[in-house]
Write a protein that binds this ligand. Structure first.
Ligand SMILES: [Ca+2]
Ligand SMILES: [Ca+2]
Length: 539
């Protein structure tokens, strides 16, 4: 979803509606009464404006992640794209600013070149705790910088004196073909006292990646939660990098970036941030700041980036692990990728697989005019390294769930999780996911997602709509709930602000999170609220 393409999207969406509504409505109707009960849980400090007029300041707070220490129970870590990273006491609901990334001119945070004004994923876009955080004090962040902004790109600790910046150096940005706007920066933080709510320790830049535009940047990151010390996956980081909107560009020089194995855009990466881990089964990166596992798929392909785990994505901005508690070998990495005009997708990520973009979208061909069409008879894509195709052909890997840009669907897929909590047994075995703009929530049966991961593009897992019980009323999505919340907090727009084609105005800006126990939360940037899922019925 990109604002410069709004008008085109709207007309195409209308044409597609008649055909697609029938399909999706037919799927959801039999489960129409399945309902999640939600309750207001946390109110984020407001970092936006009640009368904001830009693309981002109209969201009351841009809450973007909620994390909890493994085994933890007394506090949450919550990040806001506008800069703050909070520690929240679960009992008192008190927010403490742990770090603030917004060091723009006139602000008191750490990074002078943080960019937050435009582009939905810009700002403090990624945050994940080391699986051993309570011992190591380590955590990882991704933030987006605009090199053209004034000031240094070194961290400024004026207002965070506990941060020792001596010896901090930036890294050379990994090159991306084409015109460039932003850089995505991965940093490892080490807090010498992880038990309190302030930061005291050091930071280390691990990776910096050039990005073509302010859209679809680098962001989400995750460790396999079941890995333990000694396991091959222990402290191995998966990190997604969007395509920087290269794949939909008319500029032929960048349109193939998601397919090019010599760039990091449009990829899911797999690296070992700690240079002391897995030293016998990995090699040190070019910049000397991290390690690359020897079993990454392209480590021995000349010219390919060794960090790449899977490729051919537009904006795989949310990652999650679907865990099999009886056998970690069955764990699956899942990526939700935002589509251009047609298909929002859930993808099971396989080592080395090509997810097709920008030559495919959903289970269709994507043409040079950015319209979809039936797949070619011979469904192969040549491997591309540099500007030229190689002689090697691969069959693309297709989504296991997809939905269209229709009223019962949405504009941009949000996050999703295979429920593995205890509080709501009816949700077990269900992958729950959301659309960002319409705020629809669905589930797919995970067994049907695995069955759809069969190499056949036309087999997909059915999706089932979830209604929401909030207070005494039941709603079709979180959109009207966020609208009430937005007005209750003083929001001046008559409806939810922002633009989205399918909602015909207004964005709920809804995503899901899970805590350490696997329980679900729904958060909405529009009203800056986090609501807990506390029950379910009709499942
Ligand atoms: Ca501390
Ligand atoms: Ca399939």
């Amino acid at each position: 979803m990109d604002s410069d393409l709004e008008k085109t999207m709207l007309s195409r969406t209308r044409i597609a509606r008649a055909f697609l509504t029938l399909t999706i409505f037919g799927t959801v109707s039999a489960f129409a009464q399945a309902t999640l009960e939600i309750k207001d849980y946390l109110t984020l400090p407001m970092t936006g404006l009640v009368d904001g007029k830009g693309s981002n300041d109209l969201l009351l707070s841009r809450v973007n992640t909620l994390r909890e220490e493994a085994g933890g129970s007394r506090r949450f870590f919550i990040s806001d794209l506008n800069g703050p990273l909070y520690i929240v006491d679960k009992e008192t609901k008190k927010f403490t600013v742990y770090l603030d990334f917004n060091g723009n001119s006139g602000k008191t945070g750490i990074f002078h070149k943080l960019t937050i004004v435009n582009g939905y994923g810009n700002g403090l876009n990624g945050f994940y705790l080391d699986p051993d955080y309570t011992k190591t004090g380590k955590f990882y962040t991704v933030h987006i910088e605009n090199p053209a902004l004034p000031g240094s790109n070194l961290p400024d600790n004026s207002h965070f004196p506990g941060l020792n910046v001596s010896g901090y150096t930036t890294t050379q940005a990994i090159k991306t073909p084409g015109p460039l706007q932003h850089e995505g920066v991965l940093i490892e933080w080490t807090d010498s006292n992880p038990s309190n709510s302030t930061f005291e320790g050091t930071a280390r830049e691990i990776l910096r990646v050039q990005l073509n535009t302010g859209s679809h940047p680098m962001g989400d990151l995750i460790f396999d939660p079941t890995a333990r010390p000694g396991d091959p996956e222990w402290r191995v980081l998966y990190l997604e990098c969007g395509d920087g909107a290269s794949g939909e560009s008319n500029n032929a020089a960048i349109r193939s970036n998601p397919q090019r194995l010599d760039t990091l855009e449009g990829k899911i990466l797999r690296i070992i941030p700690d240079l002391n881990e897995h030293t016998n089964t990995s090699t040190v990166s070019e910049n000397g700041r991290y390690r690359i596992p020897n079993d990454n798929p392209f480590v021995s392909i000349p010219g390919a980036r060794r960090e790449i785990w899977a490729y051919g994505f537009r904006n795989p901005h949310r990652l999650s692990w679907a865990v099999d508690p009886t056998n970690p070998a069955n764990n699956r990495l899942i990526a939700n990728s935002v589509g251009l005009h047609t298909w929002e997708t859930v993808n099971i990520v396989h080592k080395g697989a090509n997810y097709g973009y920008s030559l495919r979208e959903g289970n269709e061909l994507l043409q040079r005019d950015n319209k979809t069409a039936p797949r070619p008879e011979v469904d192969k894509i040549p491997v591309q390294i540099g500007e030229d195709f190689t002689d090697v052909l691969v069959t693309p890997t297709y989504p296991v769930v997809q939905y269209g840009h229709v009223p019962t669907g949405g504009d941009a897929i949000g996050s999703g999780f295979l429920y593995n909590g205890k509080a709501i047994p009816a949700l077990r075995g269900k992958y729950v996911f959301t659309d960002i703009s319409t705020g629809h929530i669905w589930y797919a049966n995970y067994s049907e997602m695995l069955a759809a991961d069969d190499g056949k593009p036309d087999t997909l897992a059915p999706m089932h709509a979830l209604k929401l019980l909030w207070g005494k009323e039941t709603y079709d999505s979180i959109f009207p709930i966020a609208e009430i919340g937005y007005h209750a907090r003083g929001g001046k727009n008559p409806h939810l602000p922002g633009f989205a084609a399918v909602t015909n105005g207004g964005r709920a800006d809804a995503r899901l999170a899970v805590d350490a126990s696997g329980e679900l939360y729904i958060y909405t940037k529009s009203d800056g609220m986090i609501r807990a899922v506390v029950g379910a019925s009709g499942l």
